[in-house]
Design a protein around this ligand. Structure first.
Ligand code: SF4
Ligand code: SF4
Ligand code: SF4
Length: 260
């Protein structure tokens, strides 16, 4: 059985050089301009808090909400860790955009055949036994790649070795049920824009718990199928509308809201 991979991001070692974003963009054939927010052409971006920098990207959750809400299986969690996207299956419902607790997936609003874009965790590289492009590009060791269990040991070792340097928490060890992105930090994670309300329970379990209180919700196969039909139909409507808007604006793209 393949060992689950992860990245350890040590906020105390990050110098804000942006080499991780440059490496990611090169890997994914994206324009090399520096971007401050996640976008269709930036799968990772840096947020600055006083003198600290924090990387943003898909967390590759162990129990991903985006996977659980996708009605057609276009998003899947692999044994190695990456949450991967299959554009051929995607019907454009955008449930994953709404469901992701980290506001990660971006949508090609201006395309007539829109896709979702987000960090791939370099799944193709991992499958070949290679590290992620961003970890390879990082000059300080602020982003390291490896087996998740080993990185958890390393993170705990760093926290224990220098009491006072780090807050005693590995973000992602248990948050939202655990993630492939692990962070250690010299300041509380709330001060770095992490949402402390997310808790440790996998988000899909919370959703199921809430749904189970709704009468008949677990016998709604027909409703689900009708929903899928509606989504497919709606997608055609949305595409027609967006194509017409795009042509009115002579190709100007509708920009989605940026999220840090
Ligand atoms: S961070 Fe969002 S997009 Fe990434 S795996 Fe988790 S739920 Fe899915
Ligand atoms: S894992 Fe790959 S796709 Fe994700 S941020 Fe790093 S280089 Fe980019
Ligand atoms: S490459 Fe490393 S040091 Fe540079 S911004 Fe990214 S994580 Fe920080």
């Amino acid at each position: 059985m393949a060992k689950k991979k992860a990245m350890l991001i040590d906020v105390s070692l990050c110098v804000g050089c942006n080499a991780c974003q440059a490496g990611c963009k090169a890997q994914n054939g994206q324009p090399p301009n520096e971007e401050k927010f996640l976008s269709l052409t930036a799968y990772t971006a840096l947020s600055k808090y006083n003198d600290l920098y924090v990387r943003r990207m898909c967390q590759h959750c162990d129990v991903p909400t985006c996977v659980s809400v996708c009605p057609v299986g276009a998003l899947t969690k692999s044994e190695l860790g990456p949450v991967s996207y299959d554009g051929e299956k995607c019907i454009g419902c955008r449930y994953c955009l709404q469901a992701c607790p980290f506001h990660v997936p971006k949508y090609e609003w201006s395309s007539t055949k829109p896709s979702i874009r987000k960090c791939t965790f370099c799944a193709a590289r991992l499958a070949k036994g290679q590290p992620t492009a961003c970890s390879e590009a990082c000059p300080t060791g602020a982003t390291t790649f490896g087996d998740r269990d080993q990185l958890l040991i390393e993170a705990a070792r760093r926290i224990g070795a220098e009491p006072g340097k780090y807050v005693p928490k590995i973000y992602g060890e248990q948050d939202v049920g655990g993630t492939s992105m692990l962070f250690i930090s010299p300041v509380p994670f709330e001060q770095l824009g992490f949402d402390s309300r997310l808790g440790k329970t996998p988000m899909p379990l919370l959703t199921m718990s809430a749904l189970s209180k709704v009468p008949n919700v677990l016998s709604v196969g027909g409703v689900l199928l009708a929903g899928i039909w509606w989504i497919t139909d709606r997608r055609t409507e949305v595409q027609a509308y967006e194509a017409s808007e795009a042509s009115k604006k002579k190709g100007a793209a509708i920009q989605p809201k940026d999220d840090a």
